[in-house]
Design a protein around this ligand. Structure first.
Ligand SMILES: [Mn+2]
Length: 381
């Protein structure tokens, strides 16, 4: 059984106020192309389908089309809810859709019934555990001590492994896959995730040791945790500048006989990349510096000019239409313009302006600037 593991689609997300839907539609097509090329037997989406618990209507339409396309290939699709999703909304219609092999994780009720798939090596059990918090697990297992996320996961996964309340125990001789959306300790993070400060929400990797493959979502950088078969697929798109250096991908997982799992990554090429460039205004606007480059990528531009450029954003956008962020790296920004409370003194408005300017820019006003300021003040008076 070969399946494609992805997660954190965050459909409907806006990045620095730019809607990403067009890019998301494009990347879902790319994923579909990979599913076809790899002749995948299943697709796993490990949470954060949407960016918001109540997603925009267009985002729902995009996901509806994606699911319909996948179902059209007659392959099972496994979807769990992440911390950005509403469990209930993701679970909507799950019992109806099972008939078409679209498995949307039901709301967590203490049990996780596996879906059994069959291939030439026998049975493969897929357990779908939606994103859970300690309070949700406490409600289902009130007699257990659950102080934190680690205990909550231990409890939830423990009940899967042992089997409880009519649920069959996990068969350690069978092949078992779990899909989950949690922060496993030891993983590395980036800016577009929403994690608790200090790692309060982290859980230890050993909780998942009984599973042959652990398909994780939540962290946006593709990475394995300890073993090759416990991994975050990462987002299909870069959702923050801290991810500018990521290479986004989906995992292609081959479940062979028990104990034998092979994992490969297929890189994803976006419609528009998200990257950072820096230089002086003059350098960045010189034709030969941008000719032949992807000027419509989402950019963070850092200008290194000492003097602020008037309407730099407007002017640069005529070359680079999708600038998301513009900042300066110069003496002023580096030294952080220390502003100190100044004792009340008798000073002229011009002197005060000169002092303010110097504090903000770490350099005195030029004679021309002083002259200009004088003229403006005279006009105002
Ligand atoms: Mn996420």
């Amino acid at each position: 059984m070969r399946f494609i593991h992805t997660s954190d689609l965050h459909l409907g997300k806006r990045v620095n106020e730019f809607p990403m839907l067009e890019d998301q539609i494009y990347i879902l097509k790319e994923i579909l192309r990979i599913v076809e090329e790899e002749k995948a037997g299943a697709v796993v989406i490990a949470g954060d389908v949407y960016d918001k618990p109540v997603p925009p209507a267009e985002a729902v339409q995009v996901f509806d089309s994606f699911l319909t396309e996948l179902a059209g290939h007659q392959i099972p699709v496994f979807v769990i809810s992440g911390n950005h999703d509403s469990q209930e909304r993701i679970a909507f219609g799950n019992r109806l859709m099972r008939g078409r092999q679209v498995y949307m994780a039901p709301v967590y009720d203490g049990f996780v019934e596996p879906v059994e798939l069959k291939d030439e090596y026998g049975s493969l059990f897929v357990y779908m555990l939606p994103f859970i918090k300690p309070a949700m697990v406490r409600k289902c297992w009130p007699e257990e001590e659950i102080p934190d996320f680690d205990a909550a996961l231990r409890c939830a996964v423990g009940h899967i492994v042992k089997g409880d309340g009519g649920q069959a125990p996990l068969d350690p001789s069978a092949r078992n896959v779990i899909v989950a959306h949690q922060f496993v300790a030891g993983a590395s993070c980036c800016d577009s995730e929403e994690l608790s400060i200090g790692g309060l929400d982290s859980v230890s990797a050993d909780i998942f040791r009984e599973f042959d493959y652990v398909a994780l979502g939540h962290l946006h950088g593709p990475q394995k945790i300890g073993r090759d078969t416990m991994r975050y697929s990462g987002t299909p798109l870069k959702y923050s500048f801290s991810e500018a250096g990521h290479r986004k991908s989906v995992a292609v997982v081959d479940m062979l006989e028990k104990g034998k799992v092979q994992v490969r990554l297929r890189e994803l090429t976006p419609l528009r990349d998200l990257r950072e460039i820096r230089g002086t205004y003059e350098e960045l606007t010189r034709l030969d510096s941008y000719r032949g480059t992807r000027v419509d990528d989402y950019l963070r531009i850092t200008l290194t000019d000492e003097e602020d450029i008037l309407d730099a954003l407007g002017k640069l956008r005529s070359i680079y239409p999708n600038i998301m962020k513009l900042d300066y790296d110069n003496r002023r920004t580096r030294e952080g313009g220390r502003l100190e409370a100044v004792k009340e003194e008798r000073r002229s408005p011009l002197e005060m302006l000169e002092q303010l300017y110097e504090m903000q820019n770490n350099q005195p006003m030029s004679p021309e600037q002083v002259k200009l300021a004088e003229e403006i003040m005279r006009d105002i008076w």
